[in-house]
Write a protein of this length. Structure first.
Length: 147
């Protein structure tokens, strides 16, 4: 016990230590609700704004990825739909062109056949006329050669 008293005297600690300690406890109990609760509230608010926002950011990021996937799916579907529509229209146009070409081909073929038969009739008529005159001309030629 003597060594403790020697140490306390060396540190210049006397009987007022207990009074100072009591005053410290009273001030701490008075100031703690006023200051430390406000500091605690500020710390919790900051923590909520930083840590909780991270999880909120992850949720928003997941939603953004889902929306991006939905967007890609819709774009792909729209692209496929537009391709099928354009292919259908292209096929319709080609079929109409084929029908028009066939119609014109049959029309031209019938005109060709009509002209062909008309020309053949004219040739046949001229041949008969020429053949009829051929006998006369042959007789005239024979008469001239004989004379």
């Amino acid at each position: 016990m003597d060594t403790i008293l020697i140490i306390l005297k060396a540190l210049k600690i006397d009987q007022t230590v207990l009074i100072q300690f009591g005053i410290l406890l009273v001030f701490f109990n008075i100031l703690a609700p006023l200051l430390f609760k406000k500091i605690q509230a500020v710390l919790e608010l900051r923590e909520n704004k930083t840590t909780k926002l991270e999880s909120n950011a992850h949720n928003i990021y997941k939603k953004a990825e889902e929306l991006a996937e939905q967007y890609k799916a819709k774009v792909e579907k729209t692209h496929q739909d537009s391709q099928s529509i354009s292919q259908k229209k292209k096929n319709d146009i080609l079929n109409k062109e084929k029908e028009i070409i066939k119609a014109e081909e049959t029309k031209i073929t019938s005109e060709y056949e009509d002209r062909k038969t008309k020309i053949q009739k004219e040739l046949a008529e001229k041949r008969t006329i020429v053949m009829a005159e051929a006998d006369k001309l042959a007789n005239n030629l024979v008469d001239k050669l004989i004379k």
